[in-house]
Design a protein around this ligand. Structure first.
Ligand SMILES: [Zn+2]
Length: 85
């Protein structure tokens, strides 16, 4: 019984406060995401060419959906790579 308590440790307090993430597209009030705008789309992909998840980039659900569709379109017409080796 005592041992169980010892195993359950409290998480150390955060040193840095959580930074509020925001959706870049909401800030600019973008309604459509252009699949031809490669320079912008590339910022939302990882080094390997994967899409950056919402929890990392801070994009809102609506814009992440549009973004995913735009990235897929851009990949299909070879503006973006599916994967970087
Ligand atoms: Zn948004």
């Amino acid at each position: 019984m005592k041992r169980k308590k010892l195993l359950k440790r409290k998480r150390p307090p955060r040193i840095f406060p959580l930074r509020k993430k925001f959706c870049m597209f909401c800030v600019e009030k973008t309604k459509q995401i252009d699949y031809k705008d490669v320079n912008r789309l590339i910022r939302f992909t990882s080094e390997r060419g994967k899409m950056v998840p919402r929890r990392v980039s801070g994009t809102c659900a609506r814009h992440q959906r549009l973004l995913a569709a735009a990235i897929k379109k851009a990949r299909f017409i070879a503006l973006l790579a599916f994967v970087h080796k």
